[in-house]
Design a protein around this ligand. Structure first.
Ligand code: SF4
Length: 328
């Protein structure tokens, strides 16, 4: 494994057993939540993982975190295979990979003070022995998360803070373990628009000051332009396009990425794109469409798209080129 990459994911699949199609059927059906994902993340890099609800981006994060077991494939973190670890091995990895959840209202214990909440991960991981040492870690984490001076917040309870301050406490709880990778799952979607930029700027600062790599999960392509190096677009369990933030935002190749981008509000009317409104619902992840799984909704689908997955066809480049020409 290359030292350049902090995370390397190969052919990762996560399927959930959904049951049987009929009472006495022997066939089992599976939800294909994550289906053959490859991803590499460099040290200090920020990747935005974008897609609509139910596309598998949160399941991918939970599988990377070890909160879900991978069905197939491999996950290498800092050169070590962490795909299938024992609980004890997992604990030491969790210290280095931390997650920031979407809802700062649900993810904080309302009966604990901010100091207790941020101290808890240190206690769970058996770190920082005496009280003074622990408190120094908590103060640094709170201040790095933008709650300065920390002493002003440590004795408060979550209900005494605003939504943005609560999300900063959630981030401080992750930072206190000095992680190398943050998995931020829709970290701003529950916040007021005015506060979103503050939290995104905070994550950008942390990348600079601590060299943390970040996977920023969002359904809103409009928020990622601020600080992501690369953008990965996910549809129905697969990454359908990945590229530099500039490439994907200015010249998306896949029709799904084009559709997502076309509905982002742009203040300058001259830069506005023609809106592409996708027809129909996302297909059932239990019974995936044959061929390209985007074909039932693709505005430029061809007959061959109903038969063959373009990724698997030797003609995929030709097909892709044709698909893009038609999409212009
Ligand atoms: Fe899929 Fe075909 Fe549309 Fe390309 S043109 S995205 S292969 S359905």
């Amino acid at each position: 494994m290359s030292d350049e990459f902090i995370l390397e994911v190969k052919n990762l699949k996560k399927y959930f057993l959904a049951g049987r199609p009929a009472l006495f059927s022997r066939t089992e059906q599976y939800v294909h939540a994550v289906d053959d994902v490859d991803l590499q993340l460099r040290r200090g890099e920020v990747i935005a993982l974008v897609g609509e609800s139910g596309c598998g981006k949160s399941t991918l994060a939970l599988t990377l975190m070890g909160l879900e077991n991978a069905t197939e494939g491999s996950i290498f973190f800092e050169g070590r295979d962490i795909t299938h670890l024992t609980d004890r091995e997992r604990k030491s990895t969790r210290q280095r990979i931390q997650m920031v959840f979407q809802d700062p209202y649900e993810s904080l214990n309302p009966t604990q003070t901010i100091e207790e909440i941020v101290t808890e991960p240190l206690v769970v991981h058996g770190l920082a022995g005496d009280h003074g040492e622990r408190q120094a870690h908590v103060v640094r984490a709170l201040e790095d998360a933008g709650l300065k001076p920390a002493e002003e917040y440590m004795h408060r309870f979550p209900h005494q803070l605003s939504g943005g301050q609560r999300q900063r406490v959630v981030i401080a709880s992750a930072l206190v373990l000095e992680p190398h990778l943050l998995l931020a799952d829709e970290p701003v979607s529950m916040l007021d628009v005015s506060i979103r930029a503050e939290i995104i700027n905070l994550l950008a600062d942390l990348r600079e000051s601590r060299g943390i790599s970040v996977i920023f999960i969002t359904h809103d392509l409009g928020t990622v332009g601020y600080f992501a190096d690369r953008v990965a677009v996910m549809y129905l369990g697969r990454i359908v396009e990945i590229g530099s933030m500039r490439e994907v935002l200015t010249d998306p190749k896949h029709p799904y990425a084009q559709a997502l981008l076309s509905v982002i509000p742009v203040p300058n009317p001259r830069l506005r794109r023609k809106r592409m409104i996708l027809q129909g619902e996302t297909p059932n992840p239990i019974e995936l469409p044959v061929g390209c799984r985007f074909h039932p909704r693709c505005p430029v689908a061809m007959n061959i798209c109903k038969e063959s997955d373009p990724r698997l066809l030797p003609i995929s480049e030709t097909h892709r080129a044709a698909c893009l020409l038609l999409a212009k």
